[in-house]
Design a protein around this ligand. Sequence first.
Ligand code: DX5
Ligand code: ZN
Length: 226
Amino acid sequence: MLIISPSVLAADFSKLGEDVNKVHKAGAEYIHLDVMDGIFVPNISFGPPVISSLRKVTDIFFDVHLMITQPQRYIKDYVDAGADLITFHYESCFSPAEVIKQIKSYGVKAAVSIKPATSPEVLFPLLPELDMVLVMTVEPGFGGQKMIPETIEKVRVIREYANAHGIDIDIQVDGGITPDNLKYATAAGANVIVAGSAIFKAEDPEKVVNDMIKVGEDYPFGADVE
Ligand code: DX5
Ligand code: ZN
């Protein structure tokens, strides 16, 4: 079954705890926490204090997406803040393999993300060490953008490689995902779905979460979407 990970970037920050618990109750298993440093991406969001405050009011799985340069400097801070999974960008550091080791040394799940211009093949040597890969479907930095259709093919390339090599791995997509375009991602092999605007800006977030889970059932990996 699909794991839905609503991105808090589109939530109401004045009542973050409430918004997070609402989508958790609606069936979202993860909450996606976008950390931006104004250097790796041209935007600033929040850091460990917000995450640790949130940790006190919810037991939902914390899916932390670091869009920061040289993430190895801050891994421990995000572990201490309550991260269950830490994703960093392939493009943000000198040695992704070292950062993966560092994350896993704390008993936290590790994932690597690629921007739209980065080819999926760079991830192949890392896959056996990873719990998840994140294929960005927009340029990281801002919520509310349109999904870039060309990025979906990269999901398929990674899923086919993983299957051919007996690697069991989650593939996450993030950026501009809606109940309408989600089928392209699930049919290509994505199984962890980030959505910010589509969920938090909806009148009925619970319905959107459930509609998305249903898309995963209707369009599993390899399904015909044309
Ligand atoms: C973009 C972030 C995304 C974003 C998703 O840099 O990584 O998680 O908040 O929001 P939507 O679903 O609105 O594109
Ligand atoms: Zn994100």
